[in-house]
Design a protein around this ligand. Structure first.
Ligand code: 5GP
Ligand code: MN
Length: 346
């Protein structure tokens, strides 16, 4: 992929303090893209700061900047500092989100900041006009991959992956690896090209897998078994399956952020299942987090838009429901009944 990054380079060159922001409930691509950008900008002598709206999985702590203390702010833990950083910076780069509301707390602060705003994202575009520069395409596996192609096109990297700092390369690899479910979905020819180049650069792909994908507790694996065995309901008329995860179960299985990563994909291993949903009670109990996955030409982004206050991609989307957990099964089945075919297969 070739990218004209001259406007990006101009905005970077003019900025010293740069704030990198990603979405609420940060996943591997969110943490990967902000830390990759951090490591690159640091190598250019910039002063980057990372802001994440809520905590991220412990397994990704190894991607953090060495000087993480003070450089990485979790809004839910220190919202005053997050807001001060947004107000004071020269440049804000939002990564892996297509709406500022995905930052949960910072939409208005970002809009009223004096800084220029850049978007780097791979979702279906939604708010491009809110940015001074938006680099957005759905033709990549992940925001991390898009960032890789941008970095390659910058004058100091000049197409040579060996000039990308190793820690930046590792972060990019992790974001791609998690968003593609380790090369099983949203993989483009360029994704393999990038992976090959990153491995040649020195990324240890087995180590990345060990740290991020094979790092869970016994209780997390038992929770996975419990959900599949006791909590999975099949809606055969719609080739769908869904699971509910309550706060009580989270407590029983010592649930930590990131523990349910990948659960929603499991029912898709069944030949007759083409849509899978996971409904998770929020810790505070004020909403249900919705995760949707599909196979082939079924567009769950449209399902998330219409029924679940959310969005995402064709085969992976998410959103929220503001009803009690025990009302979710009827709501989901009714949504599937009412979902028009022209949206489903759009
Ligand atoms: P996950 O199921 O892994 O949480 O999310 C899958 C995809 O849906 C991700 O690409 C994510 O960006 C998107 N997504 C998840 N939750 C939301 C949400 O609340 N709103 C929107 N617009 N997208 C979401
Ligand atoms: Mn992503």
């Amino acid at each position: 992929m070739t990218i004209d990054s001259s406007s990006f380079e101009a905005l970077l060159a003019a900025a010293r303090d740069i704030v990198l922001i990603s979405h609420f409930n940060p996943d591997g691509d969110a943490v990967g893209s902000v830390t990759a950008a951090y490591h690159y900008l640091k190598s250019r002598g910039k002063e980057p700061h990372i802001i994440l709206p809520s905590p991220y999985p412990e397994s990704m702590a190894f991607l953090e900047p060495e000087e993480a203390e003070g450089r990485m702010t979790i809004c839910e833990q220190d919202s005053e500092k997050a807001r001060r950083l947004v107000r004071g910076t020269d440049l804000i780069i939002c990564l892996d989100l297509n709406r500022l509301s995905r930052t949960e707390y910072l939409e208005q602060d970002i809009l009223s900041a004096r800084a220029k705003r850049i978007l780097i994202d791979h979702h279906i575009p939604a708010e491009l006009e809110r940015f001074d520069l938006a680099i957005s395409t759905t033709e990549v596996s992940s925001t991390c991959e898009l960032l890789y192609w941008i970095l390659r096109s910058l004058p100091d990297v000049a197409g040579d992956p060996a000039r990308i700092p190793l820690r930046c390369a590792e972060s990019i690899y992790v974001g791609m690896m998690t968003d593609t479910n380790n090369f099983s979905n949203s993989v483009f020819p360029g994704t393999f090209e990038m992976a090959a180049a990153l491995i040649a650069r020195g990324v240890d792909k087995d180590a990345m897998q060990e740290k991020v994908l094979h790092c869970y507790s016994v209780s997390r694996t038992r929770l996975m078994g419990h959900l599949i065995k006791d909590k999975m309901t099949l809606v055969t008329r719609h080739q769908a399956a869904y699971m509910l995860l309550s706060n009580k179960e989270k407590e029983r299985y010592c649930f930590k952020p990131g523990d349910s990563e990948g659960f929603v994909n499991l029912p898709l291993a069944i030949g007759s299942v083409r849509i899978s949903a996971l409904f998770t009670e929020n810790a505070v109990g004020n909403y249900i987090r919705v995760s949707l996955r599909s196979k082939g030409n079924i567009n769950v982004n449209r399902l998330a838009n219409r029924f679940f206050n959310g969005g995402g991609h064709r085969n992976a989307a998410g959103g929220r429901l503001y009803i009690p957990l025990d009302e979710v099964p009827a709501y989901f089945e009714k949504a599937l009944d009412e979902w028009p075919d022209e949206e489903k297969f759009s």
